[in-house]
Design a protein around this ligand. Structure first.
Ligand code: SF4
Length: 265
């Protein structure tokens, strides 16, 4: 490791892509740079994410620094209730307050961020670089041409069981009931995780229509999770992973779906 090199900071989000991105970054840079691995603890992720984190920590051969919000108890429900909204034009308050804020207090000038963007997400990387020309980032998965399925296979080949959420068929290991999810995703959560689903319904009961996440595509009227229509659950609905830069990824996602309410920022 060399003092004159900037730190390389891997954002481990308990997803397969960030695990492989971290492994590749360690292989490439750990002999020459100070490589750090950080993770934000979230109370609303499935508890199996912590098992996955520990398994990956062993695979990396390096400790993962776990950052934990104190103000909201690292709990998205507390964020929604206290901030009085669940998702806005510029992203979700949970990722900003529970992840981004932790990163902001921890980071140092000159840090190079490692993104877990996969080969399918080249556009997202380019967009990020365009919007943030002074923020150096590297994306080892894109450099290596690795897609999301490649990452899952690589993790399994390393003898690590994927997070339970993946094994249940979900596309990611985000919080249970991630506010970035569409209708199909929430129908799956309603089936699989009634308690967490009900908790989110109660938040919307309290906050009212401004907190509704979905809208009827014909009438353009928003509806609450309690009124989520029957239909096919979609566990594998593609959601951006919730990284420390989640809200930027979400802005991209927002452009491609009609699910995001437009009135809060
Ligand atoms: S995974 Fe979803 S619900 Fe959890 S912090 Fe990120 S955006 Fe919020």
């Amino acid at each position: 490791m060399s003092a004159q090199h900037p730190r390389i900071v891997c954002q481990f989000s308990c997803g397969a892509a960030s695990a492989v991105a971290t492994k590749l970054a360690l292989a490439k840079y750990s002999a020459t740079h100070d490589v750090q691995i950080i993770n934000a603890f979230l109370a609303n992720e499935h508890e199996d994410n912590r098992r996955f984190l520990l398994d990956c920590q062993e695979w990396f051969g390096q400790k993962i620094v776990q950052l934990r919000d104190e103000k909201y108890g690292a709990d998205i429900i507390q964020v929604f209730l206290r901030e009085r909204f669940m998702k806005g034009r510029t992203g979700a308050p949970c990722t900003k307050l529970l992840k981004r804020r932790q990163l902001d207090t921890w980071k140092q000038p000159g840090d190079i961020m490692v993104f877990g963007y996969t080969a399918e997400e080249v556009d997202r990387l380019e967009d990020f670089r365009e919007r943030n020309p002074n923020r150096p980032v590297i994306a080892p998965l894109i450099d290596a041409g690795l897609g999301k399925d490649d990452c899952k296979a690589m993790v399994e080949r390393a003898g690590i069981e994927l997070p339970l959420m993946y094994r249940l068929g979900y596309d990611n290991a985000n919080c249970i009931g991630c506010v970035k999810g569409g209708e199909g995703y929430f129908r799956a959560i309603r089936e699989d995780f009634q308690e967490q689903f009900e908790e989110l319904c109660r938040v919307q009961d309290e906050l009212g229509p401004g907190a509704y996440l979905h809208r009827n595509r014909k009438t353009n009227i928003r509806f609450s999770l309690r009124d989520l229509p029957l239909g096919e659950p979609r566990r594998n609905e593609a959601l951006p992973a919730c990284s420390f830069f989640c809200e930027i990824a979400e802005a991209d996602y927002q452009l491609s779906t009609g699910d995001i309410p437009p009135d809060r920022s």
